[in-house]
Design a protein around this ligand. Structure first.
Ligand code: 6PG
Length: 238
C-alpha cells in the first residue's frame, strides 16, 4: 500500500490526482519501454479522469488502451464502458485505431467474445499473465471490482485471463479480467469515492490491516493496490 493513504478532500481532487499521476507514469514508461499499456475501469469515478486526459499532451501513438471489464451491451449502448471512454476521451484525441482494444461484445455469445478478447490480450502480453503498465480499478458499494462481483464464478478462475461472468443481481453477463490477470499489473490504482463506499472500503482495508478476508463476499479484499485514491467521504472522514 502506498505510504500516503491521505484521503482527498473530494472526488474532483481525487480525479485530478489520478490524471496527473497517469500522465507522469505514461511519459516515464514510454521513455523507458517505448509503449504504455493500460487497463481502463468503467463506472462513474474515472469518467472525469478520461475527460481531463483528453486535454493533456501525451504520447498517444505509444499508448494502448484496454478494458478491465465491460457490460454485455453493444458499444453504442448507454451502459457500455467502451462508449463512456470513447465519449470522454477517445473521440477527442487522434489515437491510432490499432491502439484501441475494445471488448468485442457479443450479447448472444459472451463466452466466445471473452475468449476472443483473451486472445487479443495474449497477443499483446507474452508473460504468464499480462504485465500491465497500469491497472485502473474502482470499487462498487458491494465491494466488487472490475466485474468480479460477490459470489460469482469468475472469482475462482486461476488460469484464464478474461471471462464472461454471470451476475445474478443483473440477471445477465458481464465481462471481466480475472484476479491473476489483474494482480500481474506493475501498477494497480484503486479509485474509491463517495459515502456509499464506506462499508466496502472498510472491508477492503480489513484485509490490508489484519489479513482477515471473505473474498466471496468482498472481492476487493483480494486486490493489493500499489496506490489508493480515496476521498474523505469514502473514508467516513467527510
Ligand atoms: C463497471 C466498473 C466497476 C466500477 C465500480 C465502481 O463497469 O461498473 O468497472 O467495477 O469500477 O462499480 O463504480 P463507480 O466509479 O461508478 O462508483
Amino acid at each position: 500500500m502506498n505510504d500516503s493513504f491521505d484521503p482527498f478532500s473530494d472526488v474532483a481532487s481525487l480525479q485530478l490526482a489520478v490524471t496527473d499521476s497517469f500522465c507522469e507514469l505514461a511519459e516515464q514508461t514510454v521513455k523507458q519501454n517505448g509503449v504504455f499499456r493500460v487497463s481502463l475501469s468503467g463506472g462513474s469515478t474515472p469518467r472525469r479522469v478520461y475527460e481531463m486526459l483528453s486535454e493533456r499532451q501525451l504520447p498517444w501513438d505509444q499508448i494502448h488502451w484496454f478494458w478491465g471489464d465491460e457490460r454485455n451491451v453493444p458499444h453504442d449502448h448507454a451502459d457500455s464502458n467502451f462508449r463512456m471512454v470513447h465519449t470522454a476521451l477517445l473521440s477527442k484525441v487522434d489515437i491510432p485505431a490499432a491502439n484501441i482494444h475494445a471488448v468485442p461484445v457479443n450479447v448472444d455469445a459472451p463466452a466466445e467474445a471473452a475468449e476472443q478478447y483473451e486472445q487479443t490480450l495474449r497477443d499483446h502480453f507474452d508473460e504468464p499473465f499480462p504485465a500491465w503498465d497500469l491497472m485502473l480499478l474502482g470499487m462498487g458499494d458491494d465491494a466488487h471490482t472490475a466485474s468480479l462481483f460477490p459470489d460469482t464464478l469468475a472469482l475462482g478462475e486461476q488460469n484464464r485471463w478474461f471471462v464472461e461472468n454471470w451476475v445474478p443481481k443483473f440477471d445477465g453477463f458481464r465481462y471481466t479480467l480475472t484476479f491473476p490477470a489483474i494482480e500481474s499489473a506493475r501498477n494497480i490504482w484503486m479509485m474509491t469515492a463517495g459515502e456509499a463506499k464506506q462499508q466496502a472500503l472498510k472491508q477492503a482495508l480489513k484485509q490490508v490491516l489484519s489479513g482477515e478476508t471473505d473474498l466471496n463476499r468482498y472481492p476487493s479484499q483480494r486486490i493489493k493496490p500499489t496506490r489508493w485514491f480515496v476521498d474523505a467521504a469514502a473514508c467516513g472522514a467527510a
